[in-house]
Design a protein around this ligand. Structure first.
Ligand code: UD1
Length: 383
């Protein structure tokens, strides 16, 4: 089986990591050859936004680097489409795997569908129901041209059912076995919707111990456990609107009220924050983006997380740190239901987290299940 993957932005390096580990493990258990080809679009290109993840996490290195870089949406997505198409038409993989909701996801998926290469979408079915977000448009379109939709939660499966997807495996419950899956057939295969759990859950379970051993972040910034907060902001809906930025800065100041806040700043946000630099109250410390070990260790020892990132909302939940989401809505409705996460508008000074052991995101072996499923559906031995 030949699997190609398109990644390009920071959250995709993170989602690809456990899949890359699972593929390596899986290779030793099958007799037929498994080729995995990684295409990096270059949407993120700074060392701290890209290379550090490959270096630290031991992910498969990119086989192709497309050097697309920054630019307006049309240009960025167009370049990705054009350059991924060139590679896929030569490579002809059995399946292209795309991750999440960035312009790299959409550009990669469009290239594949036009070449009649089946697409597997990891993190399918998420919806904010706000089409002004570029991410919402990217994921809706990617979902509707995919052949296999790997959903992280039951809520994501339900979103797809409402949009007319009927090939729901195991009635939308988490798949533990792959018996219900059948090999792909160009003429008759419907799009399949599979609840495979969240791959970032697999990752965090896999790296927490190493993060603890390796990270020096608490020492570097002289932080005491549970005596500081972490903030991040990078969504266009926040950074591209001056009034929103003003509201967010004021909100962070108000919640911090004297507690130190560590703020790893995304490059997009650095520019947007320039006019507000002096508006932050003294304990807000802006630092460069962090590698994954430092980020996870910083989060896990913090007392509160304020963020507009999807990944951080879930990480907060898994690490049992209360989170305030700096957005008007969230796709990760389970984190809100559990009480660990709250939208900033609804925050009145406290969280009411549930200590129940809910399994919203699968059993943790999620990346392995995805690789298993890809093998059943796309490998030659099953055709
Ligand atoms: C992208 C994704 C978003 C994801 C986020 C995670 C889209 C539409 N958005 O947003 O879904 O949550 O990544 O980080 O695909 N820049 C640098 N160095 C870099 C990368 C970006 O300086 O390594 C700057 C550039 O000025 C660029 C801006 O950041 O113009 C925005 O980058 P872009 O690739 O458009 O998307 P993100 O905002 O990072």
């Amino acid at each position: 089986m030949k699997i190609a993957h398109v990644v390009g932005a920071r959250p995709q390096f993170v989602k690809f990591t456990p899949i890359s580990w699972a593929i390596n493990k899986f290779k030793h258990t099958i007799s037929s050859p498994l080729e995995s080809v990684l295409i990096h679009t270059g949407q993120h290109y700074d060392y701290a936004m890209s290379d550090i993840f490959f270096r630290e996490l031991g992910i498969q290195e990119p086989d192709y680097h497309l050097g697309v870089g920054s630019g307006p949406h049309g240009m960025q997505t167009g370049l990705i489409l054009q350059r991924v198409e060139e590679i896929l038409s030569r490579l002809r993989p059995d399946v292209l795997v795309v991750y999440g909701d960035t312009n790299s996801t959409l550009g990669g998926a469009l290239a594949a569908v036009k070449l009649h290469i089946p697409i597997a979408h990891v993190e399918a079915g998420l919806r904010s129901f706000n089409k002004r977000m570029p991410e919402e448009v990217n994921r809706i379109l990617a979902d509707h041209i995919s052949t296999v939709l790997f959903c992280p939660t039951e809520a994501a499966v339900e979103n797809l059912r409402r949009e007319g997807f009927s090939g729901v495996i195991n009635n939308g419950k988490y798949i533990i076995h792959t018996q219900e899956l059948v090999p792909y057939h160009r003429q008759v295969s419907p799009p399949w919707v599979i609840n495979a759990g969240d791959v970032m859950y697999t990752l965090i379970l896999g790296i927490l111990e190493t993060a603890k051993e390796r990270s020096t972040i608490l020492k570097d910034y002289r932080l005491e456990e549970k005596k500081y907060y972490v903030a991040t902001l990078h969504r266009a809906e926040n950074t591209d609107d001056e009034d929103r930025m003003k509201t967010m800065v004021a909100f962070i100041n108000q919640v911090a009220a004297g507690t130190p806040v560590i703020f790893p700043v995304h490059p997009r946000t650095r520019k947007a924050l320039e006019p507000f630099r002096s508006s932050f109250a003294a304990p807000v410390k802006m630092i460069d983006p962090l590698g994954y070990f430092d980020m996870v260790w910083l989060l896990s020892n913090s007392a509160l997380i304020l963020t507009d990132s999807g990944g951080l909302q879930k990480e907060a939940y898994w690490l049992k740190v209360p989170c305030i989401t700096l957005r008007e809505e969230t796709e990760w409705v389970e984190t809100i239901k559990s009480g660990w996460n709250i939208l900033y508008r609804n925050y009145t000074g406290a969280h009411r987290p549930s200590n129940a052991d809910e399994h919203f995101y699968g059993d943790g072996k999620n990346a392995e299940r995805i690789v298993d499923a890809l093998n059943v559906i796309f490998s030659e031995e099953h055709r």
